[in-house]
Design a protein around this ligand. Structure first.
Ligand code: DAT
Ligand code: MG
Length: 138
């Protein structure tokens, strides 16, 4: 067993569309534990720290603006290989092509929305999980 923790964010589109329960239900159904959970309206400072790796990319500013547009739900989930496992549950970044059966593939509305409106964030490595958990649950 490799027990890990990951940071999951339900982005403003997920919260607005009242999908928080459905998304968390999928995480729990997969066998992961929710160890911390809170709803927060992020600050720009927090998002700049969280999305540090994307500074300077063309989608960076629209992404931060979108993340500021409403509350997000921050979750620490724990379980065997949860970092990779949650990213697999979430599906690929663009909801248009995310596989059916995934959160983004099943629930990501495909009506010409921007790619950043893809419902969830999940840490992509042990290092990012540790860093991101420290940012959101300081
Ligand atoms: P992921 O969320 O799948 O880890 P990422 O870390 O590469 O993707 O990017 C962070 C977020 O930025 C992503 O969830 C949506 C947005 N994004 C990524 N690539 C984009 C692009 N080409 N155009 C618009 N938004 C993008
Ligand atoms: Mg990422």
């Amino acid at each position: 067993m490799t027990i890990e923790r990951t940071l999951i964010l339900i982005k403003p589109d997920g919260v607005k569309r009242r999908l928080t329960g459905q998304i968390i239900a999928r995480v729990e159904a997969k066998g992961y534990d929710v160890v911390e959970l809170k709803q927060v309206h992020a600050t720009r400072e927090l998002l700049e720290a969280h999305y540090e790796e994307h500074v300077g990319k063309p989608f960076y500013e629209p992404l931060v603006e979108f993340m500021l547009s409403g509350p997000v739900v921050a979750v620490i989930a724990e379980g065997h290989n949860v970092i990779t496992g949650f990213r697999s549950l979430a599906g690929t970044t663009d909801p248009t092509t995310a596989a059916p059966g995934t959160i983004r593939g099943d629930l990501g509305r495909d009506w010409g929305l921007k790619v950043q409106q893809n419902l969830v964030h999940g840490s992509d490595s042990v290092e990012s999980a540790t860093r991101e958990i420290g940012i959101w649950f300081a």
